[in-house]
Design a protein around this ligand. Structure first.
Ligand SMILES: *Cc1c(COP(=O)(O)O)cnc(C)c1O
Length: 383
């Protein structure tokens, strides 16, 4: 199978510092919220939430992590040979008609796949029939997320079909919450009740070889009775609550800081305009700094004239439109500013004026999107 490795461009001037200590502490602190023996699944989809798939898996390999969850088969294959102790769960369902190579590779690497239809179960059973390979399957039971979960009656039939097939192993049953991050938990509690009902009717808790899992980060932090056999943590592993949280029961440290150098300094006279569309008119004689990064690198265009960056402890506003690969800062008030000076674009502090929560607020989005937007060609430096 062709794997497309090693042809990626990296930009050494754009630096995402990845703090392994933060990742390890977050994993440990999240695990401490769970009963002993609860498995921990590190969700590393979307290039490990923008932190670098390879880098994060490398750091967490040595940690007390039992599973890595990825979105697609291709991500799983990308890390399959790096990971030795942990299992890999592919969240995207395996569909009927999937390339046979893919199904055999999943069995070969002992990957944990998700089946989302009876047809898919029949299809993979047919492919593996007569061989010695066994494929691990997890079922996503619909409890109210309204995405790729399977209705209960169908899930029940799928379980019977899997149990009857020597080449398939029912490795997990799970569900996913739609609102665990919201203050009002009533809908999440209804989902939990539906899921528990299914587990009871199907006697799934009496099967120690079937992993039951439901909790994302928010439910790991706020719903201990949703932990079951394993929790699946994404955003909190990287140091964030799904949304800023007062009095959180767990300490989380942001694991990434994005920095870039000043590549040009120039004077802009009062009354002159800056960047496309002339959305910024210098109200005074201004010292402007150019930073070689833009919306193509994941720094959103809507930050134009709104966000700030940090130079040491000094704050410099973004002036004019964010361009594809360039941003202009007002550094008039930064003493001793110089060419090559390193600027913090996205900070690793919850309360920073250029922290992820603040940027998410400015972009009217969630912290996930700010993190995952950091382009793969940004150089990840692991500390
Ligand atoms: C992305 C994802 C998670 C992780 O969610 P966080 O809110 O980042 O913890 C867990 N489970 C499933 C099924 C997911 O798709």
């Amino acid at each position: 199978m062709k794997l497309y490795r090693g042809h990626a461009l990296i930009r050494p001037d754009l630096q995402a510092h990845i703090y392994s200590r933060a990742l390890l502490n977050n994993a440990m602190n999240l695990k401490r919220l769970c009963a002993p023996g609860t498995r921990f699944c590190a969700v590393v989809k979307a290039n490990a939430y923008g932190h670098g798939l390879h880098e994060v898996v490398n750091v967490l390999q040595g940690a007390d992590v039992d599973f890595f969850a990825v979105a697609s088969f291709y991500e799983a294959i990308h890390i399959a040979e790096m990971v030795h102790r942990q299992s890999i769960l592919i969240l995207e369902p395996l569909i009927e008609g999937a390339p046979p190579d893919q199904v055999f590779a999943c069995a070969h690497y002992d990957l944990h796949c998700v089946a989302a239809s009876l047809e898919a179960v029949t299809y993979v059973a047919g492919l593996l029939a007569g061989g010695i390979q066994v494929l691990n399957l997890h079922l996503n039971v619909e409890s109210g997320m309204g995405r790729c979960g399977v209705e209960e009656a169908c899930a029940a039939e799928m379980i019977r079909r899997i149990d009857a097939c020597p080449n398939l192993r029912l490795a997990g049953i799970y569900t996913h919450f739609a609102t665990a991050d919201e203050d009002d938990h009533s809908y999440a509690r209804d989902q939990l009740k539906r899921f528990n009902g299914f587990l009871d009717r199907m006697h799934l808790r009496a099967r120690p070889d079937v992993l039951v899992h439901a909790a994302n980060s928010a439910a790991t932090i706020k719903m201990p009775d949703a932990h079951f056999d394993m929790v699946r943590c994404g955003v909190s592993l990287y140091g964030y609550y799904s949304r800023p949280m007062a009095n959180a029961p767990v300490r989380l440290e942001p694991a990434m800081k994005l920095q870039a150098p000043i590549t040009q300094l120039k004077r802009i006279a009062a009354g002159e305009s800056v960047s496309y569309g002339r959305s910024f008119m210098a109200p005074r004689d201004t010292t402007a700094a150019i930073i070689p990064l833009g919306y193509a690198d994941g720094y959103r265009r809507c930050f134009s004239n709104r966000a700030v960056m940090k130079l040491g402890e000094h704050i410099a506003p973004v002036i004019g439109r964010v361009c594809m690969d360039q941003i202009i800062l007002d550094v008039t008030d930064v003493p001793g500013v110089r060419l090559g000076q390193i600027v913090t674009v996205i900070d690793s502090d919850h309360d920073s004026p250029c922290g992820v929560y603040r940027l998410a607020e400015l972009a009217d989005t969630i912290c996930y999107e700010i993190l995952t937007c950091v382009h793969a060609h940004v150089n990840r430096i692991v500390h």
